[in-house]
Write a protein that binds this ligand. Structure first.
Ligand SMILES: [Zn+2]
Length: 216
């Protein structure tokens, strides 16, 4: 089983990816991680990538495709991949199909976590971290009360870069870029749109039910 997970920033995609990795013993493929690994390992490609990133330029698709091919060629990852934050554009999506075919694999299912703009804003802006005990709360969804938190409320801090316009921008850029890719998978009947507004376990359960129905 190879799956792709999409979700706007702040939708809890990373959390779901981690749960799916554990539950189904998948290998997570994130292009961000792949690029960082190349840089860390000081490879020729890594140096090229670093140069591009330092200049604020995008890493071209052919570099990404090569890194993906490297993963696909590894027997231990055969049919056990979860793509997180990739493909990022239609070209990458089409190329991925071709590469998978070469390795006699395919995408089993694509999940898109659907979260509306307002709740994303609340999720990110409402996030509070206790600087004393490290617990994380949300002013709107999971407020700190005497039952779940014993520290003084003065320790509750919000992340400073979480301002509203940054979040709206990030969300809209994401939506614009991702819509064509989602349509591409929709046409192939692979797309499952999951309501991402619930609890972490509820969302996982929905994905789990769909995967179970595919394997039946
Ligand atoms: Zn605390």
């Amino acid at each position: 089983m190879n799956i792709i997970l999409f979700g706007p920033p702040g939708a809890g995609k990373g959390t779901q990816a981690d749960i799916l990795v554990k539950f189904y013993e998948l290998h997570k493929v994130s292009t961000g991680d792949l690029l960082r690994d190349e840089i860390k390992n000081n490879t020729d490609v890594g140096n090229k990538i670093k140069l591009l990133m330092d200049r604020g330029e995008l890493v071209p698709d052919d570099i990404i495709n090569n890194l993906i091919t490297k993963i696909l060629s590894k027997k231990k990852f055969d049919n056990r991949l979860i793509f997180d934050g990739y493909p990022r554009n239609l070209n990458q999506a089409k190329k991925l199909d071709l590469l998978l075919k070469e390795y006699k694999q395919r995408i089993s299912s694509v999940f898109s976590l659907e979260v509306n703009r307002e709740s994303i804003i609340k999720r990110v802006i409402g996030r509070q971290i206790c600087s004393s005990c490290g617990l994380i709360f949300n002013k709107y969804y999971r407020p700190a009360i005497s039952k779940n938190h014993t520290c003084d409320p003065k320790y509750l801090n919000k992340r400073s870069d979480d301002n509203e316009s940054t979040i709206i921008n990030r969300f809209e850029t994401w939506s614009d870029k991702t819509l064509p890719i989602l349509n591409y998978y929709k046409q192939q009947n692979l797309l499952h749109q999951i309501n991402g507004m619930g609890e972490i376990n509820e969302i996982f359960e929905k994905i789990h039910v769909i995967i179970a129905s595919l394997e039946a």
